[in-house]
Ligand binder design. Structure first.
Ligand SMILES: NC(=O)c1ccc[n+]([C@@H]2O[C@H](COP(=O)([O-])OP(=O)(O)OC[C@H]3O[C@@H](n4cnc5c(N)ncnc54)[C@H](OP(=O)(O)O)[C@@H]3O)[C@@H](O)[C@H]2O)c1
Length: 410
C-alpha cells in the first residue's frame, strides 16, 4: 500500500497528540484515504529531549532537512508564535505541500497572505484547530453554512479565561489562585498574558473575520479587553442580579456593517453562553436562514486539537476547497455614542449625568459596594468613571433587557 507522507512541525502538546492519534487511528485513516498515513519527519527546538518517536522518523531542528525528504504530501504546523512558523509554512506551500496549522497567532497575522499563496500553488491551507480547538466551527462555516448569510457570532473562545471566571464564580476563588490552578492543570501557559489579556480570543475572532469576509479590521479599531482586571467583587455584583461575567468574542454583521469585540460582558441566565463553564469553548452562530445554532466542546488540549487536525487531513482529500471572495464590508467599532446598559460597580460619587435604571448594594468581607445599572453611551460612562479609583464597568448583553426589574433580585 502506498503512503501519505507527513512532516510535523512541533512536538509539544499538539504535535505529540497528532503523532499519537495517527498511530491509534491508522486503520480508520487507511480506510478513508486508501493509503497508509506516515509521519516521516518532526521539527523541534531541542533535539536532545527524549520523545516517543519511531526510530525511522527524521527528528531535526533544521527545517531544510525536512524539505529535502522526497514525496512529502502534507505539513502539519504546531509551533508557537508568528515566526518561525510563517517562514516554514511559506516554504512548504512553495514546495507544493498542503499545510494544516493550529497556530492562531500566525493565521491572525498572516492568514490572508498564506491563503493566497496556497491558492496560487494549488494546495490547501487548513486551520480548523486554530479556532475553538475540537469544535468544528471553521468547517461548519466553510462547508455547511455557505448559503446562509452569517449575521452574528457570539463565542467563548478562550478556555483559560472561562476556567478562571468559572472558578471565581462557583468557588469564590481569588483571581490569582484560579490562574495558578489553571496553570497547574496545563490550561494556561507559564506566561498567561495571551489568555488573560484577551489576545488568544482576539486572534481567533480575526481568523473568523478573514474566513467570513476575506478581510479583517485594523486591530486598534476594535474593542479588545481581557479578564486580567476582572475583580472578585465584579463577579459578585453580576451574580447578585442573576448574571455571570463571561469573556465573549462577538461579531455582528448588518447591511455590510461589521462590528467586532472581545471583552468580559455581563450575561443573563437566558443567554446560551451563560451555562458554558470550565475550560469549554462554545460558539453561537446566527444565519439568516437557519437561525441560531450552538456548538460547544473542548477548545484546547492534545486530543481535541489533534481531532481537528486529523479531520482537516481527511478533508483535504475528500472535500472540495471553498474559496471565499473578499466581501465589501466596512468595520466599525462598537459605537461609543449608542445607548446601552452597563453594570457599574464601586462608584462612590454621584452619577446623575447617566440614566440610572437600578442601584443596589452588595456586601463582601464586611465591606459594602454600590452597584448601578445605567443606560448610557460608553463615552459617557467612561467620562464619569475615569477619575474614580476602584470603579469598574461592564457592557450588559442586550438580552438583559428581558429582566424587567432588579428589585426582586438585588
Ligand atoms: N495546546 C493546545 O491545546 C492548542 C490548541 C489549539 C491550538 N494550539 C496552537 O498550536 C500550536 C502549538 O501549541 P502547543 O500547545 O503544542 O505548544 P507547545 O507544547 O509549547 O509545543 C511547541 C512545539 O514547537 C517546538 N518549537 C518551538 N519553537 C520552535 C522553533 N523555533 N523551531 C522548531 N520547533 C520549535 C517545540 O520544540 P521543543 O519540544 O523542542 O521545545 C515544541 O515541540 C500553537 O500555535 C498553539 O497556539 C494549541
Amino acid at each position: 500500500m502506498s503512503s501519505l507522507k507527513i512532516v510535523l512541525l512541533g512536538f509539544g502538546t499538539v504535535g505529540e497528540g497528532v503523532y499519537q492519534t495517527i498511530q491509534t487511528h491508522q486503520n480508520r485513516l487507511q480506510s478513508l484515504l486508501g493509503k497508509k498515513v506516515e509521519i516521516v519527519g518532526v521539527l523541534v527546538n531541542d533535539i536532545n529531549k527524549k520523545r516517543k518517536i519511531d526510530q525511522h522518523v527524521v527528528i531535526t531542528d533544521d527545517m531544510d532537512d525536512l524539505l529535502e525528504i522526497p514525496d512529502v504530501d502534507v505539513v502539519i504546523e504546531a509551533i508557537v508564535g508568528v515566526e518561525p512558523g510563517y517562514s516554514y509554512v511559506k516554504k512548504s506551500l512553495d514546495k507544493g505541500f498542503h499545510v494544516i496549522t493550529a497556530n492562531k497567532e500566525l493565521l491572525a497575522n498572516k492568514g490572508k497572505e498564506l491563503k493566497k499563496q496556497a491558492v496560487q500553488n494549488h494546495v490547501r491551507l487548513e486551520y480548523e484547530a486554530a479556532v475553538a480547538g475540537g469544535i468544528p466551527i471553521i468547517s461548519t462555516l466553510r462547508h455547511l453554512l455557505r448559503v446562509n448569510r452569517i449575521t452574528k457570532i457570539e463565542a467563548i473562545l478562550n478556555g483559560t479565561s472561562n476556567y478562571i471566571l468559572t472558578d471565581i464564580t462557583e468557588n469564590q476563588t481569588p483571581f490569582k489562585d484560579a490562574l495558578y490552578d489553571a496553570q497547574q492543570k496545563g490550561y494556561a501557559e507559564a506566561d498567561p498574558s495571551n489568555d488573560i489579556d484577551g489576545w488568544d480570543a482576539f486572534y481567533k475572532l480575526m481568523i473568523l473575520s478573514d474566513l467570513l469576509f476575506g478581510t479583517q479590521p485594523s486591530w486598534d479599531s476594535i474593542v479588545h479587553r481581557g479578564i486580567r482586571n476582572v475583580r472578585d467583587v465584579d463577579i459578585l455584583a453580576a451574580h447578585s442580579i442573576g448574571c455571570k461575567i463571561k469573556h465573549v468574542a462577538s461579531l455582528v454583521s448588518e447591511d455590510g456593517d461589521v462590528k467586532l469585540a472581545v471583552e468580559p460582558v455581563v450575561l443573563p441566565s437566558s443567554h446560551a453562553l451563560y451555562s458554558v463553564d470550565g475550560v469549554d469553548n462554545a460558539v453561537m452562530v446566527t444565519g439568516d436562514i437557519v437561525g441560531q445554532l450552538q456548538l460547544q466542546g473542548p477548545g484546547a488540549g492534545a486530543l481535541p486539537t489533534a481531532s481537528a487536525i486529523i479531520e482537516d487531513l481527511v478533508n483535504i482529500y475528500q472535500i472540495k476547497e471553498n474559496v471565499y471572495e473578499e466581501s465589501a464590508v466596512s468595520f466599525t467599532s462598537l459605537s461609543e455614542s449608542a445607548l446601552e446598559d452597563w453594570l457599574v460597580i464601586g462608584l462612590a460619587d454621584s452619577i446623575d449625568s447617566l440614566t440610572i435604571q437600578d442601584k443596589w448594594e452588595i456586601s463582601k468581607d464586611g465591606s459594602t459596594t454600590t452597584c448601578w445599572r445605567v443606560t448610557a453611551s460608553e463615552a459617557d460612562v467612561q467620562s464619569v468613571v475615569q477619575d474614580q479609583p476602584g470603579v469598574a464597568y461592564y457592557r450588559m448583553n442586550s438580552q438583559f433587557s428581558e429582566i424587567k426589574s432588579l428589585s426582586t433580585v438585588g
